[in-house]
Write a protein of this length. Structure first.
Length: 324
Protein backbone atom coordinates (compact mmCIF):
# COMPACT_ATOMS: atom_id res chain seq x y z
CA UNK A 1 0.00 0.00 0.00
CA UNK A 2 2.80 2.41 0.91
CA UNK A 3 4.54 1.69 -2.38
CA UNK A 4 1.32 2.35 -4.30
CA UNK A 5 0.76 5.68 -2.51
CA UNK A 6 4.38 6.70 -3.09
CA UNK A 7 4.03 5.75 -6.75
CA UNK A 8 0.89 7.87 -7.16
CA UNK A 9 2.61 10.87 -5.57
CA UNK A 10 5.56 10.43 -7.90
CA UNK A 11 3.26 10.28 -10.92
CA UNK A 12 1.58 13.50 -9.76
CA UNK A 13 4.98 15.22 -9.54
CA UNK A 14 5.92 14.06 -13.04
CA UNK A 15 2.59 15.36 -14.37
CA UNK A 16 3.18 18.76 -12.77
CA UNK A 17 6.56 18.94 -14.48
CA UNK A 18 4.87 17.95 -17.72
CA UNK A 19 2.35 20.77 -17.32
CA UNK A 20 5.19 23.28 -16.98
CA UNK A 21 6.78 21.92 -20.16
CA UNK A 22 3.49 22.35 -22.01
CA UNK A 23 3.22 25.95 -20.83
CA UNK A 24 6.73 26.81 -22.03
CA UNK A 25 6.12 25.02 -25.32
CA UNK A 26 2.84 26.88 -25.82
CA UNK A 27 4.69 30.19 -25.38
CA UNK A 28 7.31 29.11 -27.93
CA UNK A 29 4.60 28.08 -30.41
CA UNK A 30 2.74 31.39 -30.04
CA UNK A 31 5.97 33.35 -30.48
CA UNK A 32 6.79 31.36 -33.62
CA UNK A 33 3.35 32.16 -35.07
CA UNK A 34 3.70 35.87 -34.23
CA UNK A 35 7.18 36.14 -35.72
CA UNK A 36 6.16 34.41 -38.94
CA UNK A 37 3.02 36.52 -39.21
CA UNK A 38 5.19 39.64 -39.12
CA UNK A 39 7.60 38.24 -41.72
CA UNK A 40 4.89 37.10 -44.11
CA UNK A 41 1.19 38.10 -43.99
CA UNK A 42 0.27 34.90 -45.85
CA UNK A 43 1.34 32.78 -42.89
CA UNK A 44 -1.41 33.65 -40.42
CA UNK A 45 -4.38 32.68 -42.57
CA UNK A 46 -7.00 30.01 -41.96
CA UNK A 47 -5.99 28.25 -45.16
CA UNK A 48 -2.30 28.05 -44.26
CA UNK A 49 -2.93 27.00 -40.64
CA UNK A 50 -5.33 24.26 -41.80
CA UNK A 51 -2.70 23.19 -44.30
CA UNK A 52 -0.13 22.84 -41.50
CA UNK A 53 -2.55 20.80 -39.39
CA UNK A 54 -3.37 18.58 -42.36
CA UNK A 55 0.28 18.00 -43.20
CA UNK A 56 1.18 17.18 -39.60
CA UNK A 57 -1.86 14.99 -38.88
CA UNK A 58 -0.28 11.73 -40.04
CA UNK A 59 2.96 12.35 -38.16
CA UNK A 60 0.89 13.46 -35.17
CA UNK A 61 -1.13 10.24 -34.97
CA UNK A 62 2.01 8.10 -35.22
CA UNK A 63 3.79 10.31 -32.68
CA UNK A 64 1.06 9.74 -30.09
CA UNK A 65 1.77 6.01 -30.22
CA UNK A 66 5.52 6.55 -30.01
CA UNK A 67 5.06 8.95 -27.07
CA UNK A 68 2.95 6.43 -25.12
CA UNK A 69 5.69 3.85 -25.57
CA UNK A 70 8.34 6.39 -24.54
CA UNK A 71 6.43 7.33 -21.38
CA UNK A 72 6.58 3.66 -20.38
CA UNK A 73 10.36 3.74 -20.84
CA UNK A 74 10.42 2.13 -24.31
CA UNK A 75 11.56 3.30 -27.73
CA UNK A 76 9.73 2.26 -30.91
CA UNK A 77 11.77 2.68 -34.08
CA UNK A 78 9.58 0.35 -36.15
CA UNK A 79 6.68 2.71 -36.92
CA UNK A 80 8.00 3.93 -40.28
CA UNK A 81 8.64 0.53 -41.81
CA UNK A 82 5.58 -0.95 -40.09
CA UNK A 83 3.60 1.85 -41.74
CA UNK A 84 4.96 0.82 -45.15
CA UNK A 85 4.26 -2.83 -44.41
CA UNK A 86 0.63 -2.31 -43.38
CA UNK A 87 0.13 0.11 -46.28
CA UNK A 88 1.10 -2.69 -48.69
CA UNK A 89 -1.35 -5.05 -46.94
CA UNK A 90 -4.15 -2.48 -47.26
CA UNK A 91 -3.37 -1.84 -50.93
CA UNK A 92 -3.40 -5.55 -51.77
CA UNK A 93 -6.71 -6.04 -49.96
CA UNK A 94 -8.27 -3.10 -51.77
CA UNK A 95 -7.15 -4.37 -55.17
CA UNK A 96 -8.53 -7.79 -54.23
CA UNK A 97 -11.96 -6.12 -53.99
CA UNK A 98 -12.23 -6.52 -50.22
CA UNK A 99 -14.78 -4.14 -48.71
CA UNK A 100 -13.27 -0.86 -47.50
CA UNK A 101 -14.57 -1.38 -43.95
CA UNK A 102 -12.82 -4.75 -43.74
CA UNK A 103 -9.64 -3.30 -45.22
CA UNK A 104 -9.55 -0.68 -42.47
CA UNK A 105 -10.25 -3.27 -39.76
CA UNK A 106 -7.73 -5.83 -41.04
CA UNK A 107 -5.01 -3.21 -41.60
CA UNK A 108 -5.39 -1.79 -38.10
CA UNK A 109 -5.52 -5.31 -36.67
CA UNK A 110 -2.27 -6.22 -38.45
CA UNK A 111 -0.59 -3.15 -36.93
CA UNK A 112 -1.95 -4.03 -33.49
CA UNK A 113 -0.60 -7.60 -33.76
CA UNK A 114 2.77 -6.36 -35.04
CA UNK A 115 3.02 -3.95 -32.12
CA UNK A 116 2.10 -6.74 -29.73
CA UNK A 117 4.88 -8.90 -31.20
CA UNK A 118 7.33 -5.99 -30.86
CA UNK A 119 6.47 -5.62 -27.19
CA UNK A 120 6.62 -9.36 -26.59
CA UNK A 121 10.10 -9.58 -28.10
CA UNK A 122 11.33 -6.58 -26.11
CA UNK A 123 10.06 -7.75 -22.70
CA UNK A 124 10.90 -11.44 -23.12
CA UNK A 125 14.40 -11.04 -24.54
CA UNK A 126 15.26 -8.14 -22.19
CA UNK A 127 17.21 -6.54 -25.04
CA UNK A 128 17.52 -2.76 -24.88
CA UNK A 129 14.41 -1.33 -26.54
CA UNK A 130 16.43 0.81 -28.94
CA UNK A 131 18.46 -2.17 -30.20
CA UNK A 132 15.48 -4.52 -30.32
CA UNK A 133 13.28 -2.18 -32.35
CA UNK A 134 16.24 -1.23 -34.54
CA UNK A 135 16.48 -4.89 -35.56
CA UNK A 136 12.72 -5.22 -35.95
CA UNK A 137 12.75 -2.10 -38.10
CA UNK A 138 14.86 -3.98 -40.63
CA UNK A 139 12.47 -6.94 -40.48
CA UNK A 140 9.50 -4.75 -41.34
CA UNK A 141 11.45 -3.02 -44.09
CA UNK A 142 12.05 -6.44 -45.63
CA UNK A 143 8.38 -7.34 -45.32
CA UNK A 144 7.40 -3.98 -46.85
CA UNK A 145 9.43 -5.03 -49.92
CA UNK A 146 8.40 -8.70 -49.96
CA UNK A 147 4.62 -8.22 -49.65
CA UNK A 148 4.24 -6.04 -52.78
CA UNK A 149 7.17 -7.66 -54.58
CA UNK A 150 9.24 -4.51 -54.29
CA UNK A 151 6.76 -2.51 -56.34
CA UNK A 152 4.37 0.35 -55.70
CA UNK A 153 0.72 -0.71 -55.54
CA UNK A 154 -1.69 1.75 -57.12
CA UNK A 155 -5.16 2.07 -55.61
CA UNK A 156 -6.95 3.51 -58.65
CA UNK A 157 -9.07 5.88 -56.58
CA UNK A 158 -10.00 3.37 -53.89
CA UNK A 159 -10.04 4.64 -50.29
CA UNK A 160 -9.57 8.19 -51.60
CA UNK A 161 -12.11 9.84 -49.30
CA UNK A 162 -10.58 8.31 -46.17
CA UNK A 163 -7.70 10.78 -46.19
CA UNK A 164 -8.83 13.54 -48.53
CA UNK A 165 -12.43 14.28 -47.56
CA UNK A 166 -13.04 17.78 -46.19
CA UNK A 167 -15.67 18.30 -43.51
CA UNK A 168 -18.06 21.09 -44.57
CA UNK A 169 -15.79 21.48 -47.57
CA UNK A 170 -13.14 23.17 -45.41
CA UNK A 171 -11.46 21.04 -42.72
CA UNK A 172 -9.50 17.98 -43.94
CA UNK A 173 -10.70 14.76 -42.30
CA UNK A 174 -7.15 13.77 -41.15
CA UNK A 175 -7.19 16.80 -38.84
CA UNK A 176 -10.20 15.30 -37.07
CA UNK A 177 -8.45 11.92 -36.84
CA UNK A 178 -5.49 13.64 -35.19
CA UNK A 179 -7.64 15.60 -32.74
CA UNK A 180 -9.72 12.53 -31.82
CA UNK A 181 -6.60 10.38 -31.33
CA UNK A 182 -5.03 13.09 -29.14
CA UNK A 183 -8.23 13.48 -27.08
CA UNK A 184 -8.59 9.74 -26.47
CA UNK A 185 -4.90 9.38 -25.61
CA UNK A 186 -5.11 12.33 -23.19
CA UNK A 187 -8.12 10.84 -21.39
CA UNK A 188 -6.49 7.41 -21.13
CA UNK A 189 -3.13 8.72 -19.93
CA UNK A 190 -4.67 11.26 -17.56
CA UNK A 191 -7.63 9.48 -15.99
CA UNK A 192 -7.23 5.73 -16.49
CA UNK A 193 -5.17 3.33 -14.37
CA UNK A 194 -3.39 2.16 -17.51
CA UNK A 195 -1.96 5.65 -18.07
CA UNK A 196 -0.84 6.02 -14.45
CA UNK A 197 0.84 2.62 -14.64
CA UNK A 198 2.81 3.61 -17.74
CA UNK A 199 4.07 6.76 -16.01
CA UNK A 200 5.07 4.69 -12.98
CA UNK A 201 6.84 2.06 -15.08
CA UNK A 202 8.75 4.66 -17.08
CA UNK A 203 9.64 6.78 -14.08
CA UNK A 204 10.63 4.08 -11.62
CA UNK A 205 10.13 0.46 -12.71
CA UNK A 206 11.30 -0.93 -9.35
CA UNK A 207 8.68 1.02 -7.43
CA UNK A 208 6.05 0.10 -10.01
CA UNK A 209 6.90 -3.58 -9.63
CA UNK A 210 6.73 -3.38 -5.83
CA UNK A 211 3.35 -1.68 -6.19
CA UNK A 212 2.06 -4.77 -7.98
CA UNK A 213 2.08 -3.42 -11.54
CA UNK A 214 2.69 -5.97 -14.29
CA UNK A 215 5.56 -4.32 -16.15
CA UNK A 216 5.67 -6.70 -19.10
CA UNK A 217 1.94 -6.65 -19.84
CA UNK A 218 1.73 -2.86 -19.77
CA UNK A 219 4.81 -2.40 -21.96
CA UNK A 220 3.42 -4.85 -24.50
CA UNK A 221 0.16 -2.89 -24.47
CA UNK A 222 2.06 0.35 -25.13
CA UNK A 223 3.80 -1.20 -28.14
CA UNK A 224 0.48 -2.58 -29.41
CA UNK A 225 -1.03 0.91 -29.31
CA UNK A 226 1.97 2.29 -31.20
CA UNK A 227 1.59 -0.40 -33.88
CA UNK A 228 -2.14 0.22 -34.16
CA UNK A 229 -1.69 3.98 -34.67
CA UNK A 230 1.10 3.40 -37.21
CA UNK A 231 -1.18 1.16 -39.28
CA UNK A 232 -4.05 3.66 -39.05
CA UNK A 233 -1.65 6.34 -40.27
CA UNK A 234 -0.73 4.15 -43.24
CA UNK A 235 -4.37 4.20 -44.38
CA UNK A 236 -4.39 8.00 -44.41
CA UNK A 237 -1.10 8.18 -46.30
CA UNK A 238 -2.05 5.76 -49.09
CA UNK A 239 -5.43 7.48 -49.38
CA UNK A 240 -3.65 10.78 -50.00
CA UNK A 241 -1.05 9.61 -52.49
CA UNK A 242 -3.15 6.87 -54.13
CA UNK A 243 -0.55 4.14 -53.76
CA UNK A 244 1.59 2.19 -51.31
CA UNK A 245 5.36 2.50 -51.51
CA UNK A 246 7.94 0.18 -49.89
CA UNK A 247 10.03 3.19 -48.78
CA UNK A 248 7.19 5.29 -47.39
CA UNK A 249 7.44 6.26 -43.74
CA UNK A 250 11.24 6.06 -43.54
CA UNK A 251 11.51 9.46 -41.83
CA UNK A 252 8.70 8.83 -39.36
CA UNK A 253 10.68 7.27 -36.44
CA UNK A 254 13.14 10.12 -35.97
CA UNK A 255 10.54 12.82 -36.64
CA UNK A 256 8.08 11.23 -34.21
CA UNK A 257 10.70 10.90 -31.47
CA UNK A 258 11.84 14.49 -32.10
CA UNK A 259 8.26 15.79 -31.86
CA UNK A 260 7.65 13.79 -28.68
CA UNK A 261 10.86 15.05 -27.05
CA UNK A 262 10.06 18.63 -28.07
CA UNK A 263 6.67 18.05 -26.43
CA UNK A 264 8.34 17.21 -23.13
CA UNK A 265 8.44 13.40 -23.28
CA UNK A 266 11.61 12.09 -21.65
CA UNK A 267 13.66 9.55 -23.57
CA UNK A 268 14.22 7.74 -20.28
CA UNK A 269 10.47 7.50 -19.70
CA UNK A 270 8.05 8.58 -16.99
CA UNK A 271 7.57 12.18 -18.09
CA UNK A 272 5.53 13.93 -20.76
CA UNK A 273 1.95 14.64 -21.73
CA UNK A 274 -0.30 14.29 -24.76
CA UNK A 275 -0.97 18.07 -24.97
CA UNK A 276 2.79 18.56 -25.06
CA UNK A 277 3.14 15.97 -27.82
CA UNK A 278 0.38 17.70 -29.78
CA UNK A 279 2.20 21.04 -29.51
CA UNK A 280 5.51 19.40 -30.40
CA UNK A 281 4.04 18.07 -33.64
CA UNK A 282 2.47 21.44 -34.46
CA UNK A 283 5.71 23.30 -33.73
CA UNK A 284 7.61 21.06 -36.15
CA UNK A 285 4.97 21.79 -38.77
CA UNK A 286 5.19 25.53 -38.15
CA UNK A 287 8.95 25.43 -38.57
CA UNK A 288 8.78 23.52 -41.85
CA UNK A 289 6.02 25.71 -43.22
CA UNK A 290 7.88 28.87 -42.22
CA UNK A 291 11.06 27.77 -43.94
CA UNK A 292 9.13 26.91 -47.10
CA UNK A 293 7.35 30.27 -47.13
CA UNK A 294 10.71 32.03 -46.67
CA UNK A 295 12.02 29.89 -49.55
CA UNK A 296 14.92 28.52 -47.56
CA UNK A 297 16.73 25.81 -49.54
CA UNK A 298 16.15 22.28 -48.29
CA UNK A 299 19.86 21.85 -47.52
CA UNK A 300 19.71 24.63 -44.95
CA UNK A 301 16.31 23.54 -43.64
CA UNK A 302 17.83 20.43 -42.05
CA UNK A 303 20.39 22.54 -40.18
CA UNK A 304 17.86 25.12 -39.00
CA UNK A 305 15.31 22.47 -38.02
CA UNK A 306 17.94 20.70 -35.92
CA UNK A 307 18.94 23.93 -34.19
CA UNK A 308 15.32 24.77 -33.38
CA UNK A 309 14.74 21.26 -31.99
CA UNK A 310 17.74 21.58 -29.67
CA UNK A 311 16.60 25.02 -28.47
CA UNK A 312 13.01 23.89 -27.93
CA UNK A 313 14.08 20.80 -25.99
CA UNK A 314 16.46 22.87 -23.86
CA UNK A 315 13.76 25.41 -22.97
CA UNK A 316 11.31 22.59 -22.32
CA UNK A 317 13.73 20.94 -19.91
CA UNK A 318 14.41 24.25 -18.16
CA UNK A 319 10.70 24.76 -17.74
CA UNK A 320 10.29 21.32 -16.21
CA UNK A 321 13.13 21.88 -13.77
CA UNK A 322 15.42 19.32 -15.39
CA UNK A 323 19.13 19.99 -15.49
CA UNK A 324 20.59 20.36 -18.95
Amino acid sequence: MKNAVAGNKQVARWRNKGNKSVLYLLVITILAILIMSLLDPKFFTARNLLNILNQQSTLGIATIGVAIAMISGCIDLTIGNLLACTAAIAALLLNAQVAVVWVIILTCLSGLVAGFVNGLIVVKTRIDTFIATLGLMSVYQGLALIIPGGNNIYLKGKLALFGTYRVAGLVPIPVFYFLIAAAIAYIVMRFFKFGRRLYSIGGNPETAYLAGINLDRNKISAYAISGFLASFTSLIVISRIGQSQPAMGVAYPLEAIAAAVIGGVALSGGRGSIPGVFLGVILLGLIRNSLNILRVQSFYQYVMLGVVIVIAVTLSNIGSGKKV
